[in-house]
Design a protein. Structure first.
Length: 144
């Protein structure tokens, strides 16, 4: 099995997918959220970034990224159960970290992460100014 970010990178490297110059994301600020299962469980950190780097966008890293990334909360089944005691929901914490970078787009590579981060962005009422998109959606929008 190959993760879709790795597959997209392969297709781009082979020239089977071409990104248009000056595409939809040119000059936009993008931050990428490392999925726990893709990153820490499968050690895939570079493929998503390599794909995003082709967009002629500004890729900005969150403080907690790669092997030190912060879970969105879905991996711990937070999206399916009541909140545990604490001061802040984990997806709100992660969305706050991303939003502090003032991105136009928060990229994810996992449908659960996408949902959790989207909920965090909505919690801050910023869904009109910050998009949460899967890398596949971003590449599809940027293709020739």
């Amino acid at each position: 099995m190959v993760h879709h970010t790795v597959f997209l990178q392969q297709l781009i490297n082979e020239g089977r997918i071409r990104i248009k110059e000056g595409g939809n994301f040119k000059g936009r600020r993008i931050t990428y959220h490392d999925s726990c299962y893709l990153g820490r469980a499968n050690n895939i950190y570079e493929a998503p970034r390599k794909v995003l780097e082709l967009l002629d966008a500004e890729l900005v890293e969150m403080k907690r990224c790669r092997t030190n990334g912060l879970c969105c909360g879905a991996g711990g089944a937070q999206m399916f159960k009541e909140d545990e005691p604490g001061n802040k929901r984990i997806n709100i914490e992660r969305a706050d970290e991303a939003l502090a970078l003032k991105p136009d787009v928060i990229a994810a590579a996992c449908p659960f992460c996408n949902t959790m981060i989207t909920d965090g962005v909505k919690n801050k009422e910023m869904e009109q100014s910050v998009q949460v998109l899967d890398i596949a959606e971003i590449i599809a929008a940027g293709m020739e």
